[in-house]
Ligand binder design. Structure first.
Ligand SMILES: [Zn+2]
Length: 494
């Protein structure tokens, strides 16, 4: 890659303006063509992806391949996967291999690559896609994780926080049986024993997920795939559309699981924020998360908040979601935050987020496709100028057909500089929910590293003092690895 990029950059510098041309700054993304930026940012280490739903990570081609192997069917009218047996009008998924029209329509149906497909808005096409691949065999979750890990590795990115719902049916059943007591203390007390009893099952589920992923990647063989080197942590995704008692139970199980298994690092709430049930219960959900997580002290909190525009919510509902996620729920990361401009006291909220170090997970493609927000309407420039940290992430790379590198390229296309993108990559680790002390003492500025490692940053191996520090911190270890890869990348470009 070094020779390829170096040669490409040298050739470009010569081509522009003839013999007297100054060599071009090799990190000037705006001077590159779109294609060149894509290659450059694919090679750049990007720290991590903090906002990725496992179910939305697989590409339609992959879902179809699994369907063929598992005997899952296609419903040709709904253009969805369907459970076997594949008797008419259902067709075996293998039919799509010889029916090009069906293959192509299934790719359209399971992704957002065709705007307006089936007369749906981008929002509806996106959210209904989950139903259309819902018949996938659940045992494929490990294959999905393997696919994510390998795709991260080939993009020179070695950390990911994946959103998964542990023991979903079981925890919802506990909530349903209890009903809603109208008092959170009583609610928690009523479900505690039964939800605690689900924790070993959730841990076993995680073990099985990882064992399958490592098996697919050949991690125990003499030739492990690069994806084996990717560190994975999980966020508990609870459903904001189900009755209050079921959301509460999922969150409560999540807090219990986070206390017992270091791989589970934070809470999330998912499903469309503009759905009438989500809108009706939003304030109650924020109170629940705040109560159960002790405002982020007992379990870290990242929340989808402000994934809205005036097309999807009333002015009243646009006015408080981000603020409530930060102040009531204790979120230290906000997913999307797109409706920031419509929040009451938005300027004050932005200052508060900068002061408290609340990071925004910016999902450019997702926001463009689902909400129709891009370019100057997207708040990332405002966040940058107000010193609110942000990191780019993918949301649902398989449905959106956009990897983290493409999100970085999109950011550059919208005006982000290399310095912005390097900060995004560092933010993805500094604001990750990995355990332990940070390598940096001044995130998100990144000018001061902790004393034990300050002289070692960018080197492949730490000194003894630094190694002792890294041994105590998962986060610092990932950051050290990233800084070494970043230094190697930058050296290859110069
Ligand atoms: Zn999301």
């Amino acid at each position: 890659m070094k020779r390829f990029l170096g040669g490409l950059l040298a050739a470009c510098a010569l081509a522009i303006g003839g013999a007297e041309a100054q060599p071009r700054d090799p990190f000037d993304l705006q001077a590159m063509s779109g294609a060149e930026r894509t290659a450059f940012l694919r090679a750049m280490p990007k720290g991590g992806d903090l906002h990725l739903h496992l179910a939305g990570s697989a590409y339609p081609e992959t879902y179809l391949q699994w369907a063929i192997e598992d005997g899952v069917c296609i419903d040709p009218a709904a253009l969805s996967l369907a459970p076997p047996p594949c008797s008419a009008p259902l067709r075996p998924a293998s039919d799509a291999l010889s029916d090009n029209g069906l293959w192509s329509r299934m790719l359209d149906s399971l992704s957002t690559r065709q705007p307006g497909f089936a007369d749906r808005s981008g929002h509806d096409q996106f959210f209904t896609a989950f139903d259309r691949f819902g018949a996938t065999d659940p045992k494929r979750a490990g294959d999905m994780l393997a696919d994510v890990m390998q795709r991260m590795a080939i993009q020179n990115t070695w950390y990911v926080e994946v959103m998964v719902t542990p023991q979903s049916r079981e925890s919802r059943a506990v909530g349903r049986a209890i009903g809603w007591k109208g008092d959170m203390r009583a609610q928690a007390a009523a479900g505690r024993a039964q939800l605690e009893a689900l924790v070993p099952g959730a841990i076993a589920q995680t073990d099985a997920l990882e064992a399958r992923a490592r098996d697919v990647l050949g991690c125990a063989t003499p030739h492990p795939a690069a994806g084996c080197q990717v560190t994975v942590r999980y966020l508990v995704q609870s459903n904001r559309l189900v009755p209050l008692q079921e959301t509460f139970a999922q969150l409560q199980l999540g807090v219990a699981l986070i206390a017992r298994d270091h791989r589970w690092v934070g809470l999330q709430l998912v499903a469309p924020e503009d759905h009438p049930s989500a809108i009706r219960n939003y304030a109650a959900h924020m109170q629940m998360v705040g109560f159960l997580s002790d405002h982020g002290r007992k379990a870290r909190v990242a929340l989808h908040a402000g994934e809205l525009t005036p097309a999807f919510a009333t002015p009243g509902d646009l006015s408080f979601h981000i603020a409530s996620a930060v102040r009531d729920a204790g979120a230290s990361r906000i997913g999307h935050g797109v409706d920031l401009a419509y929040e009451d006291g938005a300027a004050g909220l932005v200052r508060e987020m900068a002061e408290r170090g609340v990071m925004v997970e910016v999902n450019l493609t997702s926001n463009a496709v689902i909400l129709g927000v891009s370019g100057d309407d997207h708040p990332w420039r405002w966040l940058r100028s107000a010193n609110v940290p942000f990191a780019l992430s993918t949301d649902d790379p398989g449905i959106s057909r956009s990897e983290l590198s493409q999100e970085y390229a999109r950011g550059a296309g919208e005006g982000m500089t290399y310095a912005d993108l390097r900060r995004s990559a560092r933010n993805a680790l500094a604001f990750s929910f990995l355990a332990g002390e940070s390598l940096w003492t001044d995130a998100p500025r990144y000018e001061r590293a902790t004393a034990a490692c300050a002289a070692d940053l960018g080197r492949p191996e730490p000194s003894r003092a630094c190694a002792a520090f890294l041994a105590r911190s998962d986060k610092a270890r990932e950051q050290f690895r990233f800084e070494a890869r970043l230094a190697a990348f930058e050296a290859s470009v110069r």
